[in-house]
Design a protein around this ligand. Structure first.
Ligand SMILES: [Zn+2]
Length: 697
């Protein structure tokens, strides 16, 4: 054990801060390694004592004891992972590289500890006779599943090999995400003069100026964050510049040299297949999905196939319309992927009579945060008030105290909304502390991290409608953490299956699209006027515009993910060739690229949270489309009885039951993909495809 006294290290001292929030200003990168040394060692001692406990195993001395262990590690981990994602630097990234295999091996040693597994296994066999309440039974089950799936039941040689694989995968995953970050940081495109800025609306120029300013540059820059690239591709008139930005974006992690991720992908896929076989599964996808709501790759493919045909048909029809529009404007070229968003924006203006630039002034970040809070107040009786006394990791971070209708404290919510160079791209929810009742009435500290382009000096930050969706989405995850009402940490908040975890987030997005929310919160940032009713109606009507494209780019990533992880033998694959073949098999349109190409597919290759699991977003969408219809059927989008049932069965329930059972408790039945096809406006295409006149086409 490390001899350094914990008191010297702010990560290990008692946090005498408001709400025991980590004392961020005092935490320096050099504190992490000694804190981890201490936390790993302390956890090892706790676990060894549980494994060697002289009494016969019971729930309290084994499962509850495990649930109480590792508190220091959780604290250090919470701070470290938050900072590495939201505000990293070279020192933290260096520590992350060193730490990832160490943490993987620490957890693997616990999950494959034979004495510990024997105790859990004994309990599992007696589960019915131990007098456990339903939550305890579920927690025991989760432990047993986790240990079994980690290989606790394997013999020595297999277990050793598995440990090697897990450690190596952790190291590869870290390198993968750091390579993507390096490629993102290496690229900026400076734009000079009207010729290069042509087509870009004011809000973009301002955002690009502040991006330049953040980097100590003059003028306007395009960066490789999604919220910089997508609007650029949508508006920039200069086709050559669009191509340049597009290529840089889709080639992240695929540029040869030290940051290239293709060899890492090949090795990870091979190791995952081997891991699955060691555990008795035919491939990684079967292994992964066995513990998901979907259960089998076949069930996933059925859903993806059902949606793919109508989505592709829709996208191809849109492509023809875009090509015609380009020609009409004198463009004598075949539509390329970097043209899609540009002409789609023009087509949207024509078909829906709606311009992104006209909407954005009404989507002020602050008003959209209020809209998300208001929705939570109407549905769940939550109230948010700003807190300025809580330590934060960056001056842009905002903190709110969350209370329920009776004034009871729910937790703290941290919003870290603005892009900066030290932040990983994307948007996510995380926590510094999860809700539980085992160690007292523990209130959660929940965080949303986004990458919205900051408004110019003195100007508010304005969002696109997509950004506003992201805000609602991540806030839905935040509510899943905040409303959690369970006893055991193991099943708290978002600790649910990956294909179920997007239900609370995606469902929440539906409220953003309701006229009564937009009328109240989509106010012009200068005049305070509400969005004109006609514009509002057109905005809502436009929600299905370009859904063929959006569905195709998503599904392509989901198919390729599943294909990589359906390899049962472990040949040395060429990841680029594999990607090409996989896309050819589904008939990927030339003009659309995957939403995430493998070399920067962080969901799948940074750590592997979504490996063979990217489909989860669509699986959850089947649920969220159907779940929102439960509100619509009552005629009230805030129907109190439905909201109460939603809170109890989904948002507060954490992982306390099987996802299918939780959903049935809310809705009385499981959903079919119909509501999803309706939501995405793909029903007509589906019907056309199935009609006799088109059969065989
Ligand atoms: Zn999500």
């Amino acid at each position: 054990m490390n001899t350094r006294t914990p008191v010297e290290n702010p990560l290990l001292s008692n946090w005498v801060t408001p709400d025991e929030v980590p004392p961020f200003p005092q935490i320096k990168p050099e504190h992490f390694v000694p804190a981890y040394d201490h936390a790993f060692a302390a956890h090892e001692i706790e676990v060894a004592a549980i494994a060697a406990f002289p009494d016969r195993p019971d729930f309290e001395n084994t499962i509850a004891a495990l649930e109480r262990s590792g508190k220091d590690l959780q604290r250090v981990d919470g701070v470290f992972h938050l900072l590495v994602g939201a505000h990293s630097n070279d020192a933290l990234l260096e520590i992350e590289r060193e730490l990832a295999p160490r943490a993987a091996s620490h957890w693997n040693n616990i999950h494959t500890n034979p004495d510990l597994f024997r105790r859990i296994d004994v309990l599992m066999r007696q589960a019915e006779t131990l007098g456990l309440d339903p939550e305890q039974k579920r927690v025991l089950e989760r432990y047993h599943t986790t240990f079994r799936r980690a290989g606790a039941g394997l013999d020595g040689a297999a277990k050793e090999r598995l440990a090697e694989i897990i450690e190596r995968l952790a190291a590869l995953g870290t390198t993968f995400s750091q390579n993507v970050l390096a490629d993102e940081q290496a690229f900026t495109l400076s734009l000079e003069g009207e010729a290069e800025l042509a087509g870009l609306p004011d809000f973009m120029r301002q955002a690009m100026k502040s991006e330049a300013h953040e980097r100590g540059l003059d003028g306007c820059v395009v960066t490789l964050s999604r919220s910089s690239v997508e609007p650029f591709l949508q508006f920039a008139q200069r086709r050559d510049l669009r191509e340049k930005v597009f290529r840089a974006f889709v080639n992240r992690g695929d540029n040869g040299g030290p940051t290239d991720n293709k060899a890492i992908i090949a090795e990870m896929v091979k190791l995952r297949a081997e891991r699955a076989r060691l555990l008795g599964y035919q491939d990684f996808a079967h292994y992964r999905l066995d513990d998901a709501m979907a259960k089998t790759p076949e069930a996933v493919r059925r859903l993806l196939d059902t949606v793919w045909s109508p989505a592709r048909a829709h996208a191809l029809a849109d492509r023809n319309a875009l090509q015609a529009l380009a020609q009409e404007e004198g463009g004598n070229f075949k539509l390329a992927p970097w043209d899609w968003r540009y002409y789609a924006e023009k087509l949207r203006q024509r078909r829906c009579n709606i311009e992104e630039a006209a909407i954005k002034p009404y989507l002020n970040l602050d008003r959209m945060i209020e809209a998300a809070f208001y929705t939570a107040q109407r549905l769940f009786g939550l109230w948010f008030s700003p807190r300025n006394d809580v330590p934060v990791w960056h001056p842009d971070v905002r903190v709110w105290e969350v209370r329920d209708n009776g004034g009871g404290e729910v937790g703290l919510f941290f919003g870290d909304y603005l892009a900066r160079p030290s932040k990983q791209s994307g948007a996510w929810m995380t926590s510094l502390r999860d809700q539980e009742k085992l160690a007292g009435d523990i209130r959660p500290l929940i965080i949303n991290v986004c990458n919205f382009s900051k408004g110019a000096e003195g100007e508010p930050t304005l969002l696109s409608f997509i950004d506003a969706h992201t805000l609602f989405h991540e806030f839905g995850h935040a509510l899943h953490g905040l409303l959690s009402n369970v006893t055991y940490p193991q099943i708290s908040g978002t600790s649910v299956a990956t294909d179920f975890v997007e239900l609370p987030s995606q469902l929440y997005e539906h409220w953003l699209e309701q006229p009564e929310i937009l009328r109240q919160f989509a106010l012009h940032y200068q005049t305070g006027e509400p969005m004109p009713e006609a514009l509002l109606q057109r905005l809502i009507a436009a929600r299905n515009f370009d859904q063929g494209f959006a569905t195709v780019e998503f599904l392509a990533s989901a198919f390729v993910d599943l294909d990589f992880h359906s390899l049962s033998s472990a040949p040395a694959i060429d990841s680029a060739a594999f990607e090409t073949q996989s896309l050819a098999r589904i008939g990927m349109p030339d003009e659309i690229v995957m939403r995430h190409r493998p070399p920067h597919f962080g969901h799948v290759f940074s750590g592997g949270g979504y490996a063979a699991g990217y489909y989860s977003y669509m699986w959850s969408e089947v649920l969220d489309a159907d779940a929102f219809e439960a509100f619509k059927e009552t005629g009230d989008i805030f129907d109190p009885a439905t909201a109460k049932r939603l809170r109890e069965t989904i948002y507060a329930a954490g992982g306390s039951r099987e996802p299918a059972d939780a959903y049935k408790a809310f809705r009385g039945r499981l959903p079919s993909p119909d509501a999803l096809l309706r939501k995405r406006g793909l029903v007509e295409a589906a019907t056309a495809l199935l009609s006799p006149a088109r059969a065989g086409g």
